[in-house]
Structure formats: structure tokens, C-alpha cells
Design a protein around this ligand. Sequence first.
Ligand code: SF4
Ligand code: SF4
Length: 450
Amino acid sequence: MLFSTDDGQLLEHPHLRMAAHNGQDFVVPAVEEMTALPPKWEIMQLPDTFPVGFDPVTGSFEVVDSVPGLRGVRPRAAAIHPPPGHVRQYLPAADYLPFTAPETAPLRIVDEGGMPGRSGLPLWAYTAVGWARGSVMAAMFQGDELSRWHPSLFYKDELPTRVDARLREDPDNPVLLQLRECAVDYKCCCAQNIFYGRWEGAIPMAPACNAACLGCLSKDAEWDAPTPQKRLKFSPQGEEIGRVIAFHLKHAPEGMCSFGQGCEGEPTLSSDALVDSVAFARRTQTRGIIHLNTNGSRPEVVGRAAAAGINSIRVSVNSFDEPVFEAYYRPRDYKLADLYETLRVARDAGLYKCINLLLWPGWTDTRSELERVSRLVSDGLLEMIQLRNLCVDPAYYEKILPKQRERPMGLRTFVEELHRRHPALRFGTFNPRLAAEWFKETPPWVADAR
Ligand code: SF4
Ligand code: SF4
């Protein structure tokens, strides 16, 4: 068992074993459920928590508020955010303090039904860590390969020069100016690809949304955890967007342009600009993928975008169980039924269809959820599941979810069972690379599991 001290040291507990949380209960993870961290990967302290460990003598889980031999040390739970391409299996085992601890940060949960006093945690996918086989390990498994996403491929010294060169070609384009901010200030990999002139590039264009997700990355969380990437504040015109798409698809190897890539609003709400930009780009560029990430609320706009020339779609969803979906998304003017309709429209238009499944241990990995997802595949509505770790404060999410009556099977088992039923269904954590044959590859962990 590893824990953090208040002053940020990471220590091993003298006799307790590591515990984790499967979304419903504390568990002792098997070492096979753990993966070693890459070198220098950051480990976080969870403020306002006590860690929970497993006592092998009593066979019980214990909240650790002091450690033998370490007088005056206040232990805290430790966690990581999974490295790219990795999927969280378990949450950290933690006792979240009753939020009146004197050391709480100035950030407070503000809604009335919240947990008064405790600081909200920033939007990371908190994952359990422990010590085994001589290294720090995390409760996660590999979900994709990194040949286009390894950190060594980004943040190069030449980036500012490339940004300047690209902007000289289209100096007043507000989409390019936004992308400069995204690439340089937010260090967004998809924005950097626009300037490196390669692979998948993001096309930010949507300032508004019709949902209010708890873990929205482009607006500050209601428990006051600030988002590092602010949503754009303007609505670019179709032609301004289309110029960026056309240029990228013309020049980039394996060129792909993606709307709604993570920290903007909902692209289908800017419907005319979306459709016009695709039509503009397709007038000159038939090569390359134009991809739409959406919350699935506007099936009719997806139909128009498909007719204009998009190739693929990814619908984000945390659950196909309506109360769980509503609790997280808090959709303003649409229902889960619209997501199904979006996928049907996409299927009928011949688009490649993914979902961005926002995984939460104990909720995604139930038998009922597996059956719902499996039915989508059987109905021809789904070719790929992107396994996305939901980033939200664990105690806060638990508080707003309805009562769970089903036992979890474990996320890896959930994925393996879907893979067994639907061998052609692809899994990953990124949008597929352009080459159509790559869609059929299975990620390494699936090969491992065979
Ligand atoms: S649908 Fe996307 S943009 Fe809208 S609130 Fe949710 S995460 Fe944010
Ligand atoms: S994903 Fe976010 S940071 Fe990246 S280009 Fe889009 S809006 Fe900008």
C-alpha cells in the first residue's frame, strides 16, 4: 500500500496491503490487474482524504488516519491519472473527509446539495496505485497503442516556427488563431498536428452546448475546480473553418480533421457553419477523413453533415441507462433516444461509427450495460468503442448517481466479453488512424488476453 504525506512524500505502509475501489466496494486488486507506470509519471495526492488499506491479519479494510512509527504525519490517498492509451480498472481506495478540515483549499463545492466544506478535485481520472514487483503500479490496462500519440512526438522546439509559418498563409483566420492558443498555451496534441501538418488535427468551432456535463473539460466544474482549457468564445464562419480543413487534408499524411475534439462546445449546435465548412473543404479535397465528435443531440444535423462529406462520427456517452445518462449529462433539450437516432442516421449514411464511452468502474461494467452496448453492435450502430476514463471527482459522481443494484464485472472483463461476442468490434482510446485497414487492428492488450 502506498500513501502520500501532507508534504508530498510517497511512502509504503509498514503492514497494510493496497486496496482499491471498484465503484461499489473496496477490493484488493490482483497484481495482474496492475500495470507499471512509465518513468517519471506523476503521482498525485488527494487532499482532504484518508487512504484505505487492507489488513491481511484481520481481513478487513481500514481507514488510515495515522501510520505506526510516523508521528505527526497525516496520510493522504495517492492516485495517478492514467498515461495515454491506458484504461482505469479501479478508483483509489479513499475516505473523503467530511469537508470541514481546516486545511481545505479555498475552492468549495457551491451547489446547495453539495458536500459543504470539501474542496472539489480537478477533472482527472483518479486511479488506484500501489507498490509491487519493485515498482509503482496502477490499477489500469492498456487500451491502445501510441504510434501517433506518444508524448515524444509533440511539444518540439520547432512548434512556434511552424505556427508562424502556417499563420502567414491565412493570417486573419480566427480558427487558426484559436488553434495557435490551443497548441501553444494548452499544449493540445490535435491542435499541434495542424501546425506539424500531419495526422489528426482538431477543428475548434463550437462555443455553445446543450448539456451540462459534470466533467466538461471546457467549463469550470460546479465544485469550482477550474478547467485548464477554456472554450472558444466566438462562432467562426463555414468558409473560415473550411479553409483550415481543406489545407490540412491536402497536405497532411493520414490527414484527418475532427470537430468537437474534447474541450469546445457541441459542434452540431453550430449547424450551418459545420455543414458549410465540410462542403467548402470537400469542394477541393476528396482525400482524408472529416470526423465529427458529438453529444448525439442533433441527428438531423448529422444527416446534413454526412451529405456534405464527413466520414465518421463519435458519440460521447457515459451510460445507455437513462437515469445515469441524465445524471451526468444533464441535457437541456434532448434525450438518450436522440443518441440512438444519431447512430441510426450515421449508419444509414454509411459513416464509420464510434462511441466515446466514458468509463466509470462499477457502472459501465455491469451485465445490463454490457447488453445495451452489445445490442448496438448487433444492430449495426457501432464499429468502435473508445475507452475513455471519465474525469470527475469520485465522491461527487457517486453522490449524484442513482442507486446501483448490479455487481460490477470489472472493466477489463467488460471489454473482453464484448470482444468475445463481437470480434470485429474495435477498441481503442484514440480516433483510429486514417488508413482503413487500421480500423481492423486490435489493440495489444486484446492480443495479450487471447
Ligand atoms: S456535451 Fe461536451 S461540451 Fe457539452 S457539457 Fe458535455 S462535455 Fe461539455
Ligand atoms: S481539443 Fe480543445 S485545446 Fe485542442 S484544439 Fe480543440 S478546443 Fe483547442
